[in-house]
Design a protein. Structure first.
Length: 735
């Protein structure tokens, strides 16, 4: 955005900001005026500056400050309505003005520096010394041939250019990610410039405008009929289109009118004609691109700022907002990161989708939380496994919580030197002490006390206060030593260190409750001996199996949990602390991830939500990607005002869904228009749907949203394909 800083007598900033709804129109007016002024005065001013190159021109410091403050105020006002607006560098301004001349013959040369002058302060004045500049904005001779443009450069080169207009547009955008202008250009091996001047008309104004055009069209049709002539097809079709548009306007839609111009070039006329034919072929399904002889020079000038004149009205096309949105770069190509791990391909144009899972934190200053959502068999777990597999190959440190059937054990065979299994589930032979899960004594005591409080349901009432007291006394005595921090040493201390009869009674109850776990299939894991070192094998990636643990339902009252259920929740707490110790608190430079399959289990428990909250909040500062696999998108929706994950999501993959309620939740997460429910529903129903037993074309498909909010239908593509059986969960297929 280029505007004059000192607007006195030229352009009133107040005029621009007085009507924010007219900002686009007034900026266009300013651009037209500024272009004429610049074109008229640049040569004389340039001669003056070049003639005084060795002289110093004093300017008061106050004047410089005044100009700087004016620029700052203008920038703040503009950013109120155009948040992405930033000051243009001099070289960028030069490129905008010069690039059309060099179209087709190589890169536009730069002659202006990023700064045209230097400032030296002397006493109460500043001295400006301009830098020498060679070259001018316009140093070429432009010819308008019959249909095309020919540009002669001072060095003898000639740029042959074709400028075209698109007189028709699609009536509707039929596919997600259908960029009906740019889609046709993405596969070309030569550049094509596109200009789309547009205007948005508010509903009431659009209705009046459409009504006037209908009357004019009906008048033309009546004239043809009175003269007993055939009514041109274009008039009949125009009236039919107007009727469709009228229905949309009565539903509250806005009207967009826009023009579409394309330009390409080459160093030879033959190559230019070949490129032109290829572009026209690409657009044959939309309409015939034309080279209008009368408007060729005007179309060419469209690619200069603020130089529309009356051309916009000549080629103006009315359309609804969806079609206009589809004319822009929606990001189906840009959903991918430039560098990253291969994840799959765009289902619409088969362009590769690369993901740098740590870019949101390291570059965008956002959370790295990512989610994979879909019903059973949708491919969500397969997609998450593929992502984790790529992360391990990238050298990341991580932990994975596997609550199902040991689906991540295959990593032990693939990466034996990098992975370890901590099995807390049924039938596990693992034994360790929950009293030594850190290399710091104070932290060990803190984690052990929290683990016991969850396991023994220590509450805030009077009995809970007694429980906390008797547990704390035993822990104090045990941690006074440097070793023997295990359950076999803790339980005798729990009974012996109590004083009053009531304390002894509470100690016996707590002790007996813990002893019951020793003979249970799950609970015996916490009765390992203390050796003075952390008893679990530590590797770069840890798989935490909780298969068979008796997790309570979300609606079960906490005071009614069975001991086996309290043990399952206590393990979750312990896993949280282990993750904090081993992964989150590691150096920030390390790439890290924490994956949770069947994340709904954690989201349904207060301790689980607390765990996820910590990782979500600390993920950005600690360079950690929190990854969740969920059956229902509802599990990501806010439970209350303090439980909103939607703003933390970086990458989001949502596969097959069949429930209308869940599809609506998914649309909210993807920020798809709610009034197009039936349209998007067909996509969710089709994902993962197989026509026959051999059909794999729809498996692993879903909506993928990147950290910038761009959405595209994406097919997860596992390479090498030999690894696919390792990632699949389908009975009879997984290996």
């Amino acid at each position: 955005l280029i505007l004059p800083i000192d607007s006195t007598g030229l352009f009133d900033v107040g005029y621009l900001m007085a009507r924010p709804d007219l900002i686009a129109k007034r900026l266009e007016e300013a651009g037209r005026y500024g272009f004429r002024v610049a074109k008229k005065s640049v040569s004389t001013k340039w001669r003056k500056i070049r003639g005084n190159m060795d002289e110093k021109m004093p300017v008061f410091v106050e004047k410089l400050e005044e100009v700087k403050n004016a620029e700052k105020r203008l920038r703040e006002k503009i950013r109120t309505y155009l948040p992405g607006a930033i000051p243009a560098l001099t070289s960028e301004m030069e490129f905008i003005h010069r690039s059309p001349y060099f179209r087709g013959i190589g890169q536009t040369p730069e002659t202006f520096t990023h700064q045209l002058f230097e400032v030296e302060t002397e006493d109460d004045a500043a001295v400006i010394r301009p830098y020498p500049v060679r070259g001018a904005l316009d140093e070429c001779i432009v010819h308008k041939d019959t249909f095309r443009i020919r540009v002669e450069h001072p060095d003898g080169r000639i740029s042959h250019q074709s400028v075209m207009a698109l007189p028709t547009i699609p009536k509707v955008v039929t596919n997600i990610g259908m960029e009906w202008i740019y889609q046709n250009l993405e596969v070309l091996n030569f550049p094509v410039d596109v200009a789309i001047p547009f205007e948005i008309h508010r509903n009431e104004r659009a209705k009046r405008k459409l009504e006037r055009r209908k009357k004019v069209t009906q008048g033309h049709i009546k004239d043809f009929k009175n003269d007993k002539q055939d009514v041109p097809v274009k008039l009949s079709e125009g009236l039919s289109d107007a009727h469709e548009l009228e229905i949309q306007l009565h539903q509250g839609a806005a009207l967009s009118t826009f023009s579409v111009f394309l330009a390409l070039g080459a160093s030879t006329e033959k190559e230019m004609m070949r490129r032109e034919a290829e572009v026209k072929k690409k657009y044959s399904s939309i309409g015939k691109l034309v080279n209008p002889p009368d408007d060729a020079l005007k179309i060419w000038q469209t690619f200069f700022p603020g130089n529309m004149e009356r051309l916009y009205k000549t080629w103006q096309i009315p359309g609804n907002a969806d079609v206009l949105a589809g004319s822009g770069l929606l990001g189906t190509m840009e959903i991918s990161d430039e560098k990253g791990q291969y994840f799959g391909y765009n289902a619409y144009n088969r362009s590769p989708v690369m993901i740098d899972w740590w870019k949101p934190m390291m570059v965008l200053n956002k959370s790295g939380m990512s989610a994979f959502v879909g019903e059973l068999g949708s491919g969500k777990s397969t997609a998450m496994k593929y992502a984790i597999d790529a992360m391990i190959q990238w050298g990341a440190y991580g932990m994975i919580i596997d609550p199902k059937k040991g689906e991540y054990r295959y990593l032990l065979n693939l990466y034996p030197d990098a992975t370890a299994l901590w099995d807390f589930g049924a039938g596990s032979n693992m034994m360790f002490t929950p009293f030594r899960v850190s290399d710091k004594k104070a932290r060990c005591r803190e984690i052990a006390e929290g683990f016991l409080h969850v396991l023994l349901n220590v509450s805030a009432d009077r009995d809970g206060q007694f429980d906390a007291l008797v547990l704390g006394r035993a822990l104090d005595v045990m941690y006074a030593k440097e070793t023997e921090w295990d359950m076999d040493h803790f339980l005798p201390l729990l009974r012996s260190e109590q004083r009053s009869d009531e304390e002894k009674k509470r100690a016996e109850i707590l002790s007996d409750t813990i002893i019951r776990l020793r003979n249970s299939e799950n609970g015996r894991t916490i009765f390992g001996k203390d050796t003075g070192e952390f008893g679990l094998v530590q590797k770069r990636v840890t798989i935490i199996s909780t298969v068979g643990l008796d997790f309570p339902d979300a609606n079960d009252a906490q005071e009614k949990w069975r001991i086996s259920q309290r043990f399952a929740v206590a393990v979750l707490y312990l896993v949280t602390q282990l993750g904090m110790e081993r992964i989150v608190l590691a150096p920030q430079s390390m790439k890290k991830f924490f994956g949770v399959d069947e994340g709904w289990i954690l989201r349904s428990l207060p301790e689980g939500r607390s765990m996820l909250d910590k990782f979500a909040l600390m993920g950005r500062s600690m360079n950690l990607v929190l990854m969740l696999a969920l059956i229902n998108p509802e599990m990501l929706m806010p439970h209350d005002a303090n439980d909103d994950y939607t703003g933390n999501l970086a990458w989001l993959f949502i596969g097959r869904l069949t429930s209308d309620i869940q599809i609506k939740h998914a649309m909210k997460l993807l920020k798809l228009p709610e009034d197009s429910f039936e349209y998007y529903k067909q996509y969710f129903l089709s994902f993962g749907k197989k026509e026959n037993s051999e059909d794999t074309s729809r498996q692993g498909m879903g909506f993928l949203r990147n950290p910038d909010g761009r959405v595209a239908v994406t097919k997860v593509h596992i390479i090498p394909e030999e690894r696919l059986p390792l990632f699949e969960n389908t009975p009879g297929k997984s290996a």
